[in-house]
Design a protein around this ligand. Structure first.
Ligand code: SF4
Length: 210
């Protein structure tokens, strides 16, 4: 179902930047593949924000997504750290775009999943998530200069903001958690089988950002 929804969303011309459109289509398709979950809840967005996103990027989607719930107050936090993670991302937003607010909510909500973050965002690979970060939250992406696992990195940043020490060592090289923090984030895309000819940052109309 997720693969089908992605294909339907991307098969018709829509608005916005092509790479961003791909990111949103992946997240929507992934969120809709969770049985019984409304799209607003799956994305952490209010009904109004979701309507604005769909209207800008997938103006044909209300017809394509007919029968699926787009309503609800999905922006109400599900965990105490979710608002802090949104704030962390938005503190480093690149261009003050509304898309960055939507993505901060989506990323924070999908961080609650059990898989690698890129997988729970429905992305093609980890490179998509790194591209998202460099494009929309570049200052935070630069702070992750050692390419730590993204979810680990976010939560470590949140802990540092609160003055909480989570590291077992002052030096990553000698830390027993090194593989937990820096191990590969590989695996299959949870939208496996969706078209490989996805837009890339080089196709983006705003490619100068990255
Ligand atoms: S490897 Fe150890 S020291 Fe480095 S970030 Fe992870 S927990 Fe902290």
């Amino acid at each position: 179902m997720a693969k089908e929804i992605y294909s339907r969303l991307m098969s018709v011309p829509g608005g916005g930047d092509p790479f961003d459109r791909h990111l949103f289509a992946c997240a929507i398709a992934m969120a809709l593949s969770s049985p019984g979950e409304s799209l607003t809840l799956g994305l952490g967005l209010s009904e109004e924000c979701l309507a604005a996103l769909v209207g800008r990027y997938f103006p044909h989607a209300p017809g394509l997504l007919s029968g699926l719930s787009l309503s609800g107050h999905g922006d109400e936090p599900l965990t105490i750290e979710e608002p802090d993670l949104r704030t962390l991302l938005l503190d480093y937003r690149t261009r003050d775009l509304i898309e960055e607010e939507w993505l901060a909510h989506i990323v924070a909500r999908r961080c609650l999943g059990a898989n690698h973050l890129w997988q729970d965002l429905g992305l093609t690979g980890r490179a998509d998530l790194s591209g998202l970060m460099r494009r929309h939250f570049v200052g935070l992406a630069e702070l992750n200069s050692r390419d730590m696992k993204w979810k680990k990195f976010f939560y470590r940043e949140l802990c540092q903001r609160e003055g909480v020490l989570i590291c077992k060592s002052p030096n990553c090289e000698v830390c027993t958690d090194f593989s937990t923090c820096f191990g590969v984030e590989d695996g299959a895309s949870l939208l496996s089988g969706h078209p490989v000819a996805k837009p890339t940052l080089s196709d983006s109309t705003s490619g100068t950002i990255v």
